[in-house]
Design a protein around this ligand. Structure first.
Ligand code: ACO
Length: 328
């Protein structure tokens, strides 16, 4: 049996209509547009306002669009992997809800928790399913309703995050496709970036609610330092082991957490800013959704044969990179 690589044959996304601007954030916390733009690169982000809708809703929308572009019927999908840290429920998995809603009748599905690196972990997992010959068509989604776990009284975090979903369909490739990946994990026992309550260690109680422990907390400065090193290191690691120089790479597709982290990564790997996908200004940090949102926004510019380096850093701590050759 000859091993086949996986390639992306369809990209979809969903962003909510409501635009939360820096000006509106100025009315919620002690911050200002100039600080947010110069420290993060973010001008606005999207928020899913409807309390009856959450991550599965956005993931379903993005999945439907990706399937349509790929020309694949949901009933042909073998597996669904959804990266999220904001599932609708602890269980059932968001992937199970999406499986039912899109009518992926023969697919099995599961959620994967790797925060901002989630989409890359999910992409390589889906890729390996196809390489192994166990699956022919896999739906990979990155989706997060970050507004559900953001504390809008904490100016150090509420300015950063937005809600969105991105999805890709993976199918067998005759050439190109997903060539390599590198992933790393370093358990964050110091709680640099985490959600203190809601898991089995600290289930919901009056105390956890009163202390706002169901919201994300971050030691911004420490995470910034780790993210700047980690994203650049892992991008270089995958480039070096595939004998790639900056000139060989058509696009760097970085996780969108902070424009300063993105620019530092681009400098370290030797890529000029015109070869770096950046849309953090419009959406902020949408956690697992940032990388597929970039692929979606740039899809008309991508040419077959383009070499792409996707890289991310996030909670866990997790970081990783994927090398793929665009071939649609
Ligand atoms: N508006 C105005 N001032 C602010 C704000 C704000 N929104 N937030 C913080 N400040 C103040 C601070 O209080 C501090 O004041 P002080 O010097 O008087 O103490 C000053 O601005 C500088 O604060 P820093 O934390 O040093 O600011 P920094 O330049 O580090 O930017 C930021 C903060 C944007 C959070 C940055 O640290 C960052 O991007 N961190 C990494 C985020 C990241 O990559 N997360 C990983 C992915 S997320 C995930 O996985 C779910």
């Amino acid at each position: 049996m000859s091993l086949k690589r996986a390639k992306i044959t369809g990209v979809g996304r969903y962003v909510p209509e409501y635009v939360l601007t820096n000006a509106e954030l100025e009315t919620l916390v002690d911050t200002n547009d100039e600080w947010i733009r110069s420290r993060t690169g973010i001008s606005e982000r999207r928020i899913l306002k409807d309390p009856e809708k959450a991550t599965a809703f956005m993931a379903e929308k993005a999945s439907r669009e990706a399937l349509e572009e790929a020309g694949v019927d949901a009933s042909e999908i073998d597996a669904i992997v959804i990266a999220t840290v904001t599932p609708d429920y602890i269980f059932p998995a968001t992937a199970a809800l999406v499986q039912k809603r899109i009518g992926a009748t023969k697919a099995y599905g599961f959620d994967l928790s790797a925060a901002c690196s989630g989409f890359l972990y999910a992409l390589s997992t889906g890729g390996m399913m196809i390489e192994s010959g166990r699956a022919k068509k896999v739906l990979v989604v990155g989706a997060d309703k970050m507004s559900a776990i953001v504390d809008y009284t904490d100016r150090t975090t509420c300015i950063l995050f937005g809600d969105a979903a991105g999805a890709v369909v993976l199918e067998e490739a005759d050439s190109g496709g997903l060539i390599d990946f590198v992933h790393h994990t370093e358990g964050d026992e110091d709680c640099m970036l985490y959600q203190p309550a809601g898991g089995s260690l600290r289930p919901a109680s009056i105390e956890t609610v009163q202390n706002r422990m169901h919201s994300l907390r971050q030691d911004g400065r420490s995470v910034f330092k780790k993210a700047t090193e980690g994203m650049a290191d892992v991008s270089l690691e995958i480039m070096e082991r595939n004998n790639l120089k900056g000139d060989d790479v058509a696009w760097l597709v970085p996780h969108q957490a902070n424009l300063r982290i993105i620019n530092a990564t681009a400098r370290r790997v030797g890529l000029s800013t015109d070869k770096v996908m950046v849309n953090i200004d419009k959406y902020g940090n949408t956690t697992a959704a940032t990388i597929p949102l970039c692929l979606y926004d740039w899809k008309d510019k991508l040419k077959n044969g383009d070499k792409l380096i996707l890289s991310a850093f996030g909670g866990g701590l997790t970081w990783g990179a994927v090398y793929l050759e665009w071939n649609k």
